[in-house]
Design a binder for this molecule. Sequence first.
Ligand code: SF4
Length: 311
Amino acid sequence: MRTVYFDPSLLTSTFCPRAMFYRQVENTQTKFDSIAAIYGNSGHRFLRKLYEGEGFNPALAYASEYYQENTEGKILDAKEFRTCQHLQLVCLNYYQNHLSKYLHQMPVKIGEGEKRILGTELNFALPYKVTDDLQVILCGTIDKVVKKADRQLEIIDYKFTATWDSRMYLQKAAHIPQLRFYSMMLKKFLGLSYYPSSRLEGIFLSRLQKKDPKLEKICYVEQSDSSIYLEEDMKIFEEMLHRTMAKWIGYLDHQDVGNRQSWPMDWMQCSGYWGDCSYMDLCNADRDQGLYELLKTKFEEEPYEPLKFQN
Ligand code: SF4
């Protein structure tokens, strides 16, 4: 029996099933993905240990060890600033300035009783399709769930990012498929009558100044506004997810999976035209043909008749 785990935290905004296949079945990583993703994972490991009640030092050691092991020999590029020392300083900064205030008592009220933390690092795995020889499991980790003053639940997701434009980054929060997906899962698991809202907590990284490493400048933390998910939007989202899953599972069942040229393609979901896909160099989809197909869907093919609009 073949088991494939589908982690929607890797969903792209375009839902390209081919990109998902590269990433989640072939396990292909781009250079950027690997260092940035390992950095993010290490940060989450640090948080997980803290939430489990371990002190700062054991949590930091756990994260650092994981980071060092997984990046060994990879940080060769002089421009790559995400060293292990950088990670450690970010964790220290985040801990001192944001986490230490409420870690000693969980669950806890934050601020003026606005929110109560109900759970952290919640893992889930839901069988999506099971046949005799294949099982596809939807899985993921919800970083934090809080109860708001109106008694509804909200999902908080941490992102470690080197993006310099924090405002733009946080504005995109409402459109991140991963968070919609978590909202859908939480509603399902808890039998809620509404879709929990979500909020992004961005840990924005800056480079370490070699001469004068200033801890307070190594990162800053900002939260997005709350993203509210409307029933009708979520219906469209769910349909899109099921359609993508169907195509993706179609690849898994495909006879000739080793021959990339033969993979089916959904041009409408290719972001390669806009230079926005990390698998572009690898992907052998014929994007020129794809662009033509896309144009055909957007413009009616009509013969040009200049006199048509004259009286
Ligand atoms: S280039 Fe297009 S088709 Fe290929 S993986 Fe990227 S988004 Fe998908």
